[in-house]
Design a protein around this ligand. Structure first.
Ligand code: PEP
Length: 253
């Protein structure tokens, strides 16, 4: 049975104090209201990671970084490496979010190196892929997804790949209020699983968690998560409100 996951990506939101308050609120709601088997992951800013890790100690919640450098150390001003994340107890790293690709010019080659570093140090990578509106409208989205998945991840061997979670996030649905229909999302998730099966094995593909991201809210989470190839979600805006986030977590069955 593959792992179901709901992960909240807080992006560049919340001061240290605000994030401590939000994590404490989410922690209470998860404890009181969530009885499922799925995994809950929270990705605050780098600044809030050490206290976030402490606040979720002994709970079902894991903490993720939103990015990481591919080198372990060196002259890379402003960057944070995977061993540094590991040293404070971070368990996941989001790599390849469309905002990193779009605003920071991160290419599939750089992202492949980042994913490799995350896994080499024993963390799990949440690797994001997704097409722009233009690519969807010009019907190039299968090609784009295939390129992102294969160039970003298929340099990993089978063992390494078992530490990969893929997040399909159509760029046109991120933060826009537009959501892929459950059928549109399912189509891409099934396609990604097929690519993984062809590169590795059907068994590995079957074990790979593939999350959907793009304007997931409490109102649409159930219909999206019900799809056979959708194993949970990567949540942006709605992850910043404890009530909305827990309701999305509860939609994961
Ligand atoms: C995201 O940034 O990963 C995301 C899915 O954002 P939102 O839920 O706000 O669309």
């Amino acid at each position: 049975m593959r792992q179901k996951i709901v992960a909240g990506n807080w992006k560049m939101h919340k001061t240290l104090e605000e994030s401590q308050a939000l994590i404490t609120e989410i922690r209470g709601l998860v404890r009181d209201e969530y009885r499922g088997q799925g995994k809950v992951v929270i990705a605050p800013t780098f600044l809030s990671l050490p206290s976030a890790v402490r606040l979720v100690e002994g709970t079902e919640i894991s903490i993720s970084a939103q990015n990481a450098h591919y080198e372990d150390h060196g002259a890379f001003t402003g960057e944070i490496s995977v061993p540094m994340l590991k040293s404070i107890g971070v368990q996941y790293a989001i790599i390849g979010h469309s905002e990193r690709r779009q605003y920071f010019g991160e290419t599939n080659t750089v992202l492949a190196a980042k994913a490799k570093s995350v896994i080499r140090h024993g963390l799990t990578v949440m690797f994001c892929v997704g097409e722009t509106l233009e690519q969807r409208e010009s019907k190039q989205y299968f090609r784009v997804i295939e390129e992102q998945v294969s160039q970003g991840l298929f340099g990993l061997d089978r063992k390494e790949f078992s530490h990969v979670v893929i997040a399909y996030e159509p760029v046109w649905a991120i933060g826009t209020g537009l959501t892929a229909s459950p059928e549109q999302a399912q189509e891409i998730h099934a396609y990604i699983r097929k690519l993984v099966a062809a590169q590795y094995t059907a068994e590995i593909a079957d074990q790979t968690s593939i999350l959907y991201g793009g304007s997931v809210k409490p109102e649409n989470a159930t219909s999206i998560f019900m799809q056979p190839d959708i194993d949970g979600g990567l949540i942006g805006g709605a992850a910043l409100k404890a009530r909305d986030f827990i309701d999305i977590v509860k939609a994961m069955r």
